[in-house]
Design a protein around this ligand. Structure first.
Ligand code: E4P
Length: 214
């Protein structure tokens, strides 16, 4: 399973890299706004720093606008994946970009048939949002399991990029299902390193070490 970092903060991206978990980056307009910096600056910096795929999202809502933006976004680097919202106009853009060999990430997937359509249009990645489904009192992981099953049955090359990850159990269940990529806030990466028995075990080792004669 690959680990992408879901962030527009270069500090967080560097932090994840120092922990050995930086296969790529996903951003979205909300994360860019949270960075408090101009999009151009942020995109340039991330694409210069990250070797793996970097998803940058279009803002347009027609295929024509999305295709125009895709060309601009790809100027930031060959590793740019054009992130496109799940909608009919988005699928039109994905189909054209796929024919041109430009990678896409279809975002805001909330049901398996949306993922199926995106894959059929030629998306490189589909991004089902697990946490936001859970927030509705529904089962985000079940949606991902359905997508994995469908893609396996029809041998789609499209990768499943699990998004809106809120806690380590989401990561565990994605790994068990064979999800291709999880995109994580760096906070979750730190949570994945922890266990109370690891902390208490280390404390015991260090306390006992003090008793060892020099
Ligand atoms: C993925 O590409 C999205 O940027 C992200 O995972 C959304 O997560 P959220 O639901 O925590 O905003």
């Amino acid at each position: 399973m690959e680990y992408f970092i879901d962030s527009a903060s270069i500090e967080e991206i560097k932090e994840a890299d120092s922990l050995g978990v930086l296969d790529g980056v996903t951003t979205n307009p909300s994360l860019i706004a949270k960075s408090g910096r101009p999009f151009n600056e942020v995109a340039k910096e991330i694409c210069r720093w990250v070797k793996g795929p970097v998803s940058l999202e279009v803002i347009g809502t027609t295929a024509t606008e999305m295709l125009r933006e895709a060309k601009e976004l790809r100027k930031y680097g060959d590793n740019v994946v054009v992130k496109i919202p799940m909608m009919s106009e988005g699928l039109k853009a994905v189909k054209i970009l796929a024919a041109e060999g430009i990678p896409t990430n279809v975002t805001l997937i909330f049901q398996p048939v949306q993922a199926l359509l995106a894959a059929k249009a030629g998306a490189t990645y589909v991004s089902p949002f697990i946490g936001r489904i859970d927030d509705l009192g529904q089962d985000g992981l079940a949606m991902v399991a359905d997508i994995i099953q469908i893609f396996g049955q029809y041998s789609f090359k499209t990768k499943v990029l699990a998004a809106s990850i809120r806690h380590p159990i989401h990561v565990l269940e994605c790994a068990k299902m064979g999800v291709d990529v999880v995109t994580l806030p760096v906070k979750i990466v730190h949570q994945l390193t922890r266990h109370p028995l690891t902390d208490s075990g280390l404390k015991t080792f260090l306390d006992d070490w003090k008793k060892v004669k020099a």
